[in-house]
Design a protein around this ligand. Structure first.
Ligand SMILES: C[C@H](O)[C@H](O)[C@H]1CNC2=NC(N)=NC(=O)C2=N1
Length: 101
């Protein structure tokens, strides 16, 4: 997968397809709310599994009933790349199964 930095327009175009995600301080970010702390913890484990599969890792934060992600591509000097969007799409696909919104 290419690790070239995406342009602002490329980022905006991709974000338009990912409701709930935004660009904050140079990172793709999203927060999910879960029904319980255990549900939030289960989502963290699932996301960690996908991150290991992709070999692409976010700053993954577990709150009381929340899970937050912030991701950019270290090997691209901290730019946002397609690898970040690939992770975002995978998490968007699995989150509903956890009752996340
Ligand atoms: C050695 C290992 O493949 C690299 O450090 C991977 C690990 N996870 C990563 N995660 C992110 N967000 N960016 C990277 O460049 C990256 N590189």
């Amino acid at each position: 997968m290419a690790v070239e930095p995406l342009s602002q327009k490329e980022i905006e175009d991709r974000l338009a397809e990912l409701p709930g995600w935004s660009l904050d301080a140079g990172r793709l970010t999203r927060s999910y709310r879960l029904a319980s702390h255990f549900a939030a913890t289960a989502l963290v484990i699932h996301v960690a599994q996908v991150q290991e599969e992709l070999n692409h890792h976010s700053e993954l934060t577990l709150g009381y009933h929340t899970v937050s992600l912030a991701v950019h591509t270290h090997s691209a000097g901290g730019a946002v790349t397609e690898l970040d969007f690939e992770l975002a799409r995978r998490v968007e696909d699995l989150a509903p199964g956890h009752g996340a919104n």
